[in-house]
Design a protein around this ligand. Structure first.
Ligand SMILES: Nc1nc2c(ncn2[C@@H]2O[C@H](COP(=O)(O)OP(=O)(O)O)[C@@H](O)[C@H]2O)c(=O)[nH]1
Ligand SMILES: [Mg+2]
Length: 239
């Protein structure tokens, strides 16, 4: 929809190689599709200098804004921060996208089309026409097992509850108490889907091609997986 503000939130921690490429790609897609975008980079004082790169990009392009936080506070906290900015500025749609080039910005217009009839659109790695590339079997099994567990326990009929590529209708996000979400990793992504599902909001999945990063390092950790595991049980108790 022309003129509606589309907010694209990118949390970064040590992503100096991929960030400039990602930004160029997003800008070119938005220009072509006539999307009125605002890109928010939230960097947690990355030791590799991603923050300086982000500030340089902000100087170069009018639609880019950078927030530098003092220390690594986690993905969930970066998104909560980004969401509140987007709501303050009356965004219509809010995207989550990883900075490591795992998510292809060319899918953005497809998300927006699906948003016409939905409140949350998940970019799924696990439905027909989707694919996962460059991910070892162990990582893929952990991801699938974790999602299967959350699906069963929370009774949510979607295939990719932890995906970091998604689009959210801002007016519906407003009805959710963001401060009540305290998770930082995958648990955050699962919890957000769960809250939308509990409110009977419209959720859909579209297939994406996920390509595991070629530069930089994953911040996946046992701690993040365990946090999500505990959170799912806690959410179940409150249904
Ligand atoms: N600001 C911020 N970004 C983070 C943090 N942890 C991860 N990220 C970013 O979140 C995205 C996904 O992280 P990644 O390590 O690729 O997770 P994976 O894809 O599950 O292996 C990337 O853009 C990271 O740079 C954090 O603590 N703070
Ligand atoms: Mg990644």
């Amino acid at each position: 929809v022309p003129n509606e503000l589309v907010y694209i939130i990118i949390p970064t921690y040590n992503e100096k190689e991929s960030l400039p490429l990602l930004i160029e790609e997003i800008l070119s897609v938005c220009k072509k599709a006539r999307i009125n975008e605002k890109i928010l980079i939230i960097d947690d004082n990355s030791p590799d200098g991603t923050g300086e790169i982000a500030r340089a990009l902000q100087k170069k392009y009018a639609s880019i804004y950078t927030y530098n936080r003092k220390s690594k506070k986690g993905l969930g906290s970066a998104y909560r921060f980004g969401f509140s900015k987007a709501l303050q500025e009356n965004a219509a749609f809010i995207f989550e996208i990883d900075a490591d080039l795992s998510h292809n910005p060319r899918s953005i217009p497809r998300f927006l089309r699906a948003m016409q009839e939905n409140d949350l659109v998940l970019g799924s790695r696990y439905i027909p026409h989707a694919s996962v590339k460059n991910w070892n079997t162990v990582r893929q099994c952990i991801s699938r097992a974790g999602i299967y567990y959350a699906r069963k326990v929370l009774d949510i009929p979607f295939t990719d509850l932890t995906t970091g590529f998604r689009c959210i209708r801002a007016s519906k996000l407003r009805t959710i108490d963001l401060a009540s979400i305290q998770t930082e990793g995958y648990g955050f992504q699962i919890e957000l889907v769960h809250l939308f599902h509990q409110k009977n909001l419209r959720i859909a999945e579209i297939p994406i091609t996920f390509i595991e990063r070629r530069s930089g390092k994953s911040k996946f950790s046992k701690q993040i997986a365990f946090e999500a595991f505990k959170k799912v049980i806690e959410l179940r108790k409150n249904i």
